[in-house]
Design a protein around this ligand. Structure first.
Ligand SMILES: *Cc1c(COP(=O)(O)O)cnc(C)c1O
Length: 359
């Protein structure tokens, strides 16, 4: 990212400048003069890199030995398919909490091959709120309970872990590493890397070993999480370059002060923008306050006819990719770990000027 622009894309998203510099080095010479995009996943150099990047992630998120960490391909969407394939049992029920586009898609995937029970569905409030947990329709003995911690499209985040008697499976694609998490509260966490942990091409899966020991072993090996774990994510050619970038990002977050520091900064950054939006008569954010995302902040202009002009003028100022998701409309500022506070300040200054011109 050049100095004069700020990229608010929801994903693939911005990468810190210092990491991009390191990527250049890796492209030039990763191992004995070979570029990182030319080396084998089974080379000694990459095996060592894979090992050290896994330890770096384990330190970053405080992941203990009861969990396997996998670096897979297919994106978060592929996990929507693998999760029910691996963990649904005959006649079992899968509980899904639907709070936005991603959890809805995950539940739709699962319902193709298993009995899905929707615990609660935020469709009726346009994905701006979550039904009180006392009113959830939970299944006793469900094979698992699935939810999405941060709905990237709608900007709705569940800030506290959800506890359940069934194994808890969580899509953390757009919130992982934005704050400390208690890994022990989850049985499986997954995240596509291109939001907060790198580039598209690798998906991180953190799974309790006891859960993996119960997978449906009739699956073909490529679809079986436990086989990927046994093969240290090298069952077939690993996404070497994407994995390399993720390793650099883990180190970058640790150098910044780890997830504790990220959490302070993310809270500070998002509050600045929400406070500005809330005091304005020109912009609004529809999400219930306790579920407002730290990472994806949608806002609408009180004059929809100005959307295009807003986006054009923002781009002239170097504020890029603020258009909201096509299903939601309006604007969305994605402010992942790598977004500096200066980016938020510049956005607010621009929004203020724009609103004064049109009030
Ligand atoms: C981006 C995203 C996905 C989809 O990721 P892909 O890598 O494109 O499959 C799923 N869930 C959430 C929460 C996301 O933000």
């Amino acid at each position: 990212m050049s100095k004069n622009i700020f990229n608010f894309s929801a994903g693939p998203a911005l990468i810190p400048n210092s990491v991009i510099e390191k990527i250049h080095h890796g492209l030039d010479d990763f191992d004995r003069g070979m570029s990182v995009i030319e080396v084998s996943h089974r080379s000694q150099a990459f095996k060592e890199y894979a090992h050290s990047s896994e330890s770096s992630l384990r330190q970053l998120l405080n992941i203990n030995d009861e969990y396997s960490v996998l670096f897979l391909q297919g994106g978060a969407t592929h996990q929507f398919a693998l999760i029910p394939m691996n963990f649904s049992r005959n006649d079992g029920v899968l509980d899904y909490l639907v709070t936005g586009a991603w959890s809805r898609k995950a539940s739709a995937y699962a319902s193709k091959i298993a009995n899905v029970n929707i615990v609660a569905d935020s469709t009726s409030n346009n994905f701006t709120n979550v039904t009180d947990s006392n009113l959830w329709n939970l299944t006793d003995g469900a094979d698992y309970f699935f939810y999405c911690a941060n709905e990237t499209v709608h900007g709705l985040e569940i800030h506290e872990p959800i506890e359940s008697d069934s194994p808890v499976i969580c899509d953390m694609s757009s919130t992982i590493a934005s704050r400390p998490i208690d890994i022990n509260k989850y049985d499986l966490i997954f995240a596509g890397a291109q939001k907060n942990l790198g580039i598209a091409g690798v998906t991180i899966v953190i799974a309790k070993k006891t859960l993996l020991s119960e997978v449906n072993h009739e699956l073909l090996p490529m679809l079986d999480y436990s086989v990927h774990a046994d093969e240290a994510s090298m069952l077939n050619t690993s996404p070497v370059f994407a994995w390399y970038v993720s390793g650099l990002i883990f180190d970058w977050i640790r150098e910044q002060g780890g997830v504790e520091r990220m959490s302070q900064l993310n809270q500070e950054k998002s509050s600045l923008l929400y406070n500005y939006i809330d005091q304005s008569n020109f912009y609004s954010n529809p999400i219930a306050h306790r579920y407002r995302s730290w990472m994806n902040i949608p806002f609408i202009l009180n004059r929809e006819d100005l959307d295009d002009e807003f986006l054009r003028s923002a781009e002239d100022e170097g504020l890029l990719n603020l258009k909201g998701h096509r299903t939601v409309g309006g604007m969305r500022a994605s402010v992942y770990n790598a977004m500096p506070i200066e980016g938020i300040k510049k956005l607010i200054a621009f929004m203020d000027e724009f609103s004064k011109l049109h009030e």
